[in-house]
Design a protein around this ligand. Sequence first.
Ligand code: ADP
Ligand code: SR1
Ligand code: MG
Ligand code: MG
Ligand code: MG
Length: 394
Amino acid sequence: MASDGFRPLDEKSLVDYLKATPSLAAKLGNQFDKLEIREVGDGNLNFVYIVIGSSGSFVIKQDFNNVAFLESEGLNNADLLESWPMTKERAYFEATTLQDHGRLCPDHVPEVYHFDRNMCLIGMRYVEPPHIILRKGLISGIEYPLLAEHISEYMARTLFYTSLLYLTTTDHKNAVAKYCGNVELCRLTEQVVFSDPYKVFCERAQALIHGDLHTGSVMVTNDSTQVIDPEFSFYGPMGFDNGAFIGNLILAYFAQDGHADEGSDRKLYKEWILKTISDTWNLFYKKFTALWDEHKDGPGEAYLPAIYNNPELQLLVKQKYMEDLFHDTLGFGAAKMIRRIVGVAHVEDFESIKEASKRADCERKALNFAKTLLKERRKFQNIGEVVTAIEHLD
Ligand code: ADP
Ligand code: SR1
Ligand code: MG
Ligand code: MG
Ligand code: MG
């Protein structure tokens, strides 16, 4: 069991742990005198330590019991706590997804140096400054010219190569089995995003999804994009990742008026966010379908060549698949937007708007848009129409 031998570390006991762990000690050149250790976890569920030595650095993430977080959200009802046991096994799923996604997309996933299942502890690359969390960059009004290019690459590669479009049925089923134990975190998502199980989310084991791909799970600079924190990963619907990312960009868009000041009215920045939303989907579409074309005669067993051996039929299948994925993306994106406004775990985009009436105006617009998107998602034929609808509602 993962809890065997578990003990939560602090800045002091972490040093002893590092000394006793050869792979991590070696990264520090076995020098422990002048270590700089800082706890930086700004997430909801875990401790994150940055460790910097004279000859190397890394990050240590250790999962802890989430009761303190739930209580800080005012959720101290015993039944509720029991319904979110937040198994420590989530560290295992986070570590293996970082490794599996890292193999498929090494440019955008931090390398894992060490994993200790009993201690629920991951040692990984320190995504160093000037990287910051994307959500914070969006609040500050910073443009990231390569963001859509990078995140579409990450989503296209990780989703395509873990789906039945690329894998044999045997490999796909084995991979589904490997990840199906992350049940408690899936249940948490079912409850906080959908209120109760949502069939597409629960039933469709389409690809190895990140599972929590909001703008707080992406670290960025002008020319680098790194995806962290896949502890909610499982074989699920691809649109949940696309939707999480795009839905959170839409939240960032609607929060901008609350961040406008004498220095900037944020108008140009809002245009950049809209362009990033459409570039993300359009580039994803292009890259994902290009991978599909490249591997159409490969091992994937979703559409057997003996049946789908006609180019016109293949094109129709591809168009239908991408249309469904687009509508899933919009539906999931909308659900993620709504839960961040009226559910637990709000987002800094709105929470950092000090003036309550301004914040309420921004949230109201976002909520109204999300409602339309959720209910009428199938009416949207392309991302350009979504962007136009955002502009109309604004
Ligand atoms: P949680 O699951 O609790 O949300 P995260 O994995 O998102 O934890 O980490 C919390 C914070 O720690 C991140 O927002 C980021 O600031 C920092 N962090 C996490 N991993 C890294 C990393 N590899 N490099 C640099 N900072 C990191
Ligand atoms: C109890 S909800 C906590 C949230 O934080 C994580 O980042 C996930 O989005 C989760 O839903
Ligand atoms: Mg924290
Ligand atoms: Mg996080
Ligand atoms: Mg997390």
